[in-house]
Design a binder for this molecule. Structure first.
Ligand SMILES: O=P(O)(O)O[C@@H]1C[C@H](O)[C@@H](CO)O1
Ligand code: GUN
Length: 295
């Protein structure tokens, strides 16, 4: 890869990877699903699967975090060709934001129209319970405030404009479809809506940090997704994002619980089946043209 300002990938890098993948598969996905920590199981329901390990794909970073399998799976759900990222990339792994978001631009060049993101996060809103699924309605890009932003550096107009609008990053129509689906599936008790804040990690929050985030309007906190969503929105993709609340973030010095990654993965396992049903139904609605291009 070449270095261009803050960006380490050129348009040719993106093109080369896209062409390599398109030459290996006959799938032409319109939907990409980015599976967060421990949520790679979401790909298991697909048929006609074709799997590529990240290390075998030109220019692709590799996953270094437990719970992130590190492979790209093409498959069919409800007659719709999809591509799943089993594992995504994080700043705390030492990747640049250009590497973290590399796959999103590959999806764009492949012809993807909708990116469905799942992740794990800690619940800050005191009403949230472990195992709740938060439909993300907005985010706070905390690393972005400090210049760790995936769109810093020369802007490539082939992907999008210099100053993209982010006030509608998470499609309102799609969010209401998720609410409808959760009612049909009888799981609306677990469904919340809220604001996700990205921190770089890798440590979980101090109590003072958690209190600050709550005052700032954050309902949950995690270490991913915002760069991918920003790049997806920049290049005109629709986005829907679901965050699994895997732990409650402590706002109180008297609380004894200590969060750890194993607990995060355990809760992901517990909710993987429900998330899979939600994701499948969402793809099928997309398939029925109910929510396509209505952003
Ligand atoms: O990769 P995601 O954002 O789903 O997972 C969160 C953030 C860290 O990677 C990990 C910490 O347990 O969970
Ligand atoms: N930053 C952060 N990321 C998480 N991912 C899962 N839980 C948490 C959490 O409590 N804090």
């Amino acid at each position: 890869m070449h270095t261009k300002g803050n960006c380490c990938c050129s348009f040719e890098d993106y093109k080369l990877t896209t062409e390599w993948l398109m030459n290996q598969t006959s799938h032409r996905p319109k939907v990409a699903i980015i599976c967060g920590s421990g949520l790679g199981l979401l790909a298991d329901g697909a048929s006609n699967k074709q799997t590529f390990r990240y290390q075998d794909i030109p220019n692709f970073p590799i996953s270094t975090v437990p719970g992130h399998d590190g492979c790209l799976v093409f498959g069919t759900i409800e007659d719709r060709s999809c591509v799943f990222m089993k594992g995504h990339f994080h700043l705390y792994e030492g990747y640049t934001l250009c590497q973290v978001t590399f796959p999103v631009r590959i999806f764009k060049l492949m012809g993807v129209e909708l990116v469905l993101v799942t992740n794990a996060s800690g619940g800050i809103c005191p009403d949230f319970k472990v195992g709740d699924i938060m439909i993300i309605k907005d985010h706070i890009n905390l690393p972005g405030f400090a210049g760790q932003h995936p769109l810093c550096g020369p802007n490539d107009e082939r992907f999008g404009i210099r100053f993209p609008c982010m006030s509608d990053a998470y499609s309102k129509d799609m969010r209401s479809v998720v609410v409808d689906i959760s009612t049909e599936l009888g799981c609306s008790d677990f469904i919340r809506e809220g604001v996700y804040c990205m921190v770089s990690g890798p440590n979980f929050e101090t109590i003072a940090e958690a209190r600050m985030l709550w005052i700032l309007g954050c309902d949950s906190v995690g270490m991913s997704m915002v760069p991918e969503v920003t790049v997806a929105k920049h290049c005109g993709l629709q986005v829907v994002a679901l965050s699994l609340i895997t732990n409650k973030v402590s706002l109180d010095y008297s609380r004894e619980e200590k969060v750890n990654h194993e607990e995060v993965l355990e809760i992901c396992k517990m909710r993987a089946e429900l998330l899979q049903k939600l994701v499948t139904s969402l793809i099928s609605r997309f398939n029925q043209q109910q929510i396509i291009n209505t952003n």
